[in-house]
Design a protein around this ligand. Structure first.
Ligand code: 5HY
Length: 244
C-alpha cells in the first residue's frame, strides 16, 4: 500500500523528518511518500498560517488522486489538522490528521492524557480539536513549550525543554499519557517517554498505523453525503486552478 504523509507547511527538512518517523513504524509492505506542498507557510503557528496552508495540502491530495498511482491513505502531518474535512471531500481514500490520531491512541492508555504543543497561541485550536474528537473528558490539560515550530530543529535545548514540559504536564494533570502537539516533535517521542516514565504519543506514528489499519481492512470513506466530492464551480484569481 501507499500512504501519502503530507506536511502542510513548506519546510522540506521537516517533511523529510516526518516521513522518516512514518517509515520507522510502517509495515514492510507499506510505502511512505513524504509530500511538501508547492505553496503555503514555512510553518503553521496561527489561524492565518493554518488558513493559508489548506490550498497547498488540497492541491497535493488532488494531484495524487489524479495521478497514475493514487495514495491508499493520506496523513495530514500538522497538529492543527488543517483542512481535514475539505481533504476528505477531495480524497477517495481515508484521510487522518495527526492530532486526531494521537488523541485517539492516547485515550486507549488510561483515564486521561495531556497535550504539549509549541506556542501558547495554538492552545485554543487544540482545545477545539479535543472537543471535536469527543475527547473533552479524556484530555486533562494542554500546555505549551513556547518553542516556535522551526526552532524545534535548530534549538539545542529542544529535547531538554520538551522532557521537562512533558514531565510537569503529566504530574500537574495526573495524566497517563502525553500527546506531542507538533509533527516536528515526532523524533523525540521515545526519548521523552523513557525520561518521564509516561507513554508519549506522536501523531505521525499513530496516524501512519491507523491509516495502515484502515487500508488493511479495505474500508473506503463514504463517497456520498457531507463529505462527497465538492460541487463543480468556477474559482477566480490565484485559486482558479481549484475550479472545475
Ligand atoms: C505542526 N505547525 O505540527 C504544527 C504545530 C503547531 O507547522 N506543524 C506546523 O504549532 O500547531
Amino acid at each position: 500500500m501507499l500512504i501519502s504523509v503530507i506536511n502542510p507547511n513548506t519546510t522540506v527538512s521537516m517533511t523529510d523528518q516526518i516521513a522518516a518517523a512514518a517509515r520507522s513504524v510502517a509495515a514492510p509492505g507499506t510505502e511512505i511518500v513524504g509530500v511538501t506542498p508547492t505553496m503555503g507557510p514555512a510553518s503553521i503557528e496561527s489561524h492565518y498560517d493554518e488558513a493559508l496552508a489548506v490550498p497547498g495540502l488540497l492541491d497535493a491530495i488532488i494531484r495524487s488522486e489524479r495521478g497514475d498511482k493514487p495514495a491508499d491513505g493520506y496523513l495530514l502531518a500538522c497538529f492543527g489538522d488543517p483542512g481535514l474535512d475539505a481533504a476528505r471531500e477531495v480524497s477517495s481514500a481515508p484521510v487522518i490528521g495527526i492530532a486526531e490520531a494521537a488523541m485517539h491512541a492516547a485515550s486507549l492508555l488510561g483515564r486521561g492524557f495531556s497535550v504539549v504543543t509549541t506556542l501558547g497561541r495554538t492552545i485554543g485550536r487544540a482545545e477545539e480539536l479535543v472537543d471535536r474528537y469527543g475527547m473533552s473528558k479524556v484530555c486533562r490539560g494542554i500546555h505549551a513549550c513556547e518553542i516556535p515550530v522551526l526552532e524545534l530543529e535548530s534549538n539545542p535545548d529542544t529535547a531538554a525543554i520538551l522532557i521537562e514540559a512533558c514531565r510537569s504536564a503529566a504530574e500537574e494533570d495526573g495524566s497517563d499519557a502525553i500527546v506531542l502537539g507538533c509533527a516536528g516533535m515526532a523524533d523525540l517521542a521515545q526519548l521523552i517517554s523513557e525520561k518521564i516514565g509516561v507513554p508519549v504519543i506522536d501523531g505521525v506514528a499513530a496516524g501512519t498505523l491507523l491509516l495502515q489499519s484502515l487500508v488493511t481492512m479495505r474500508v473506503r470513506p463514504n463517497a456520498t453525503g457531507e463529505l462527497a466530492s465538492p460541487p463543480a464551480k468556477t474559482y477566480t484569481g490565484i485559486l482558479s486552478p481549484f475550479g472545475s
